[in-house]
Design a protein around this ligand. Structure first.
Ligand SMILES: *Cc1c(COP(=O)(O)O)cnc(C)c1O
Length: 229
């Protein structure tokens, strides 16, 4: 079997598993978008994903995102940045990204707002929350999230659409499910405290080894890489 066929088959299998997980908790599979994480592969394999019907592609390194977004053979993809973003890389990322999942400070949010204004490109973002308590992980604490909520209305060129988290590396699906439930509960708790017009509808959580648990806990975006290749 050639690589493109293998990728298409893997993609179909992931879509099936997404649908099964959604149905198991009475959700519609349409509520869950697959972000195919293409960071492991080159342009040809990424093009195979796109051709197989997966328009949303995720990269964790800004430079790789810029390079692939400039590839003519990948035209039509929607690029999501899922990894850490440094402020000196914001401008070029805002220029091409459809959604930035990994905003973990007010300063970064302000820089994104400035670049979005200059480029006249309104930008959608998620705020990354550290739900696992793992000190090595990026992400805001619940208190930090609450502290920056009132700032959103003055950042007119950014739309905060929801929250993102990474589950703890240790502990398997059970611990991951607890982390995902924490993100949903945090969202439900802070939503009423949000300024008017701010709706945290998106929850980006779940990767290859735990996306089904994430869907059961309310994920609207799952970021799946290894399973596809
Ligand atoms: C690499 C990566 C993924 C995909 O992980 P897999 O286990 O390969 O599915 C998801 N989210 C982030 C933030 C990543 O860096």
């Amino acid at each position: 079997m050639n690589t493109a066929q293998l990728i298409a088959d893997n993609l179909a299998r992931v879509h099936e598993r997404i649908a099964d997980a959604a149905h198991s908790v009475g959700r519609s599979p349409d509520e869950v978008q697959l972000v195919a994480v293409s960071k492991y592969v080159g342009v040809a394999e990424t093009a195979a994903l796109l051709a197989a019907g997966c328009p949303i592609l995720g990269e964790s390194r800004p430079q790789q995102l810029w390079d692939k977004a400039a590839e003519p053979t990948l035209a039509g993809a929607q690029w999501h940045l899922i990894g850490h973003l440094q402020r000196n890389k914001v401008r070029r990322t805002v220029a091409v990204a459809d959604l930035i999942h990994s905003v973990d400070s007010l300063r970064l949010l302000e820089t994104i707002n400035e670049c979005a204004a200059e480029l006249n490109r309104p930008t959608r973002v998620l705020l990354e929350v550290n739900c696992s308590g793992d000190a090595a992980k990026h992400g805001l604490s619940a208190e930090e999230l609450r502290r920056i909520l009132p700032e959103f209305p003055r950042l007119e060129h950014v739309t905060v659409c929801g929250l993102m988290t990474m589950a703890a590396l240790e502990g398997g699906e059970t611990v991951a499910a607890t982390n995902f439930a924490s993100l949903r509960e945090l969202r439900d708790a802070v939503q009423p405290e949000c300024p008017p017009g701010v709706t945290l509808s998106e929850l980006s959580m779940g990767m290859s080894h735990d996306f089904e648990a994430a869907i059961r806990e309310g994920a609207t975006l799952v970021r799946v890489g290894s399973l596809l290749f």
